[in-house]
Design a protein around this ligand. Structure first.
Ligand SMILES: [Zn+2]
Length: 290
């Protein structure tokens, strides 16, 4: 298999730009400025009659989707590992040529260690790997959340990703849910991670109609393009605080050392007294309503 760096050199100029963007997009760097500015404190919880619904946050200001980045620092030592299953709408040809955007060994390692996790999946990924999408979605250890259908950007300037038009943003989110249903994922969560973590007020308003809570992170693992699993593990272990959300990837070709990093991270955080939870539990602990 061609290493990612060499593969980069083998694709077109546009391909380089998009590939770099996709792989850099999900948390290799600090969240974009717009994201930081728009990051909102959770709104007060509101009771809901539907007891079985996943917890969500109350709407943000001006009709915007609420934004969640981490739980309150109450001292409760919980941490959510999140894995972005990235595949972009235009990467089908590369998958057909043998590039692997999945990471079944990572999922197996999480299962073996009984580590709950939230997988932010693109609709295109679920189309490419429907059996994996379904088994992840039907495993109570995991929850599937939405990372858009296309993995195109929801702001104009986001790591060089192609941009979703504003009036197509909600449809892109809903198309991902349709892809999950088609793959057999029964209960995808109403949580949405913007590709690249890039969003602004317009984007938050655009996706509000899809009923989602936007989910960011407070710990960047740096696993995209990483070759040193220990460095990724160190970065996570230095960053985690009670209530943290860690962003990592479930995409072998782009994040080849993630499984090894997780094998180091999990026992150490447990030794420090941390309990792994899904994003839904953190949002519930934040005062989200069910
Ligand atoms: Zn992504």
């Amino acid at each position: 298999m061609i290493p990612p760096v060499r593969r980069l050199a083998a694709v077109s100029v546009l391909g380089v730009s998009v590939l770099g963007a996709v792989l850099a997009a999900c948390g290799t760097a600090e969240a974009p400025r717009a994201a930081r500015q728009a990051s909102a404190q959770p709104s007060p919880a509101r009771p809901s009659p539907a007891a079985s619904r996943p917890p969500t946050l109350a709407p943000g200001p001006a009709g915007q989707a609420p934004v969640f980045a981490h739980a309150p620092r109450t001292g409760d030592k919980t941490v959510a590992l999140t894995f972005d299953a990235d595949m972009t709408a235009d990467q089908g040809g590369r998958a057909a040529a043998g590039e692997r955007f999945d990471n079944p060994e990572l999922i197996a390692a999480l299962r073996a260690s009984k580590v709950p996790a939230t997988v932010f999946m693109t609709g295109r990924w679920a189309e490419e790997y429907p059996v994996q999408a379904r088994t992840i979605g039907r495993d109570p250890l995991f929850e599937v959340a939405n990372h858009s259908y296309s993995h195109y950007a929801f702001t104009a300037d986001c790591y060089g990703l192609p941009t979703v038009e504003r009036d197509a943003m909600r449809a892109d989110v809903e198309r991902a849910y349709a892809a999950f249903r088609k793959a057999g994922v029964p209960d995808a969560m109403p949580y949405f991670r913007f590709p690249g973590g890039c969003y602004d007020g317009q984007a938050l308003r655009a996706v509000r109609g899809a009923g989602v809570t936007a989910v960011q992170w407070d710990v960047v693992s740096g696993d995209a393009f990483a070759t040193d699993a220990d460095a990724v593990a160190r970065q996570v272990l230095e960053g985690v605080k009670p209530g943290s959300v860690v962003v990592m990837h479930c995409t072998r070709s782009a994040a080849p050392v993630t499984e090894r990093a997780v094998r180091a991270i999990v026992p150490e955080l447990r030794r420090r007294g941390y309990r792994f939870v899904k994003v839904s539990e953190l949002i519930g602990a934040t005062g989200g309503h069910r």
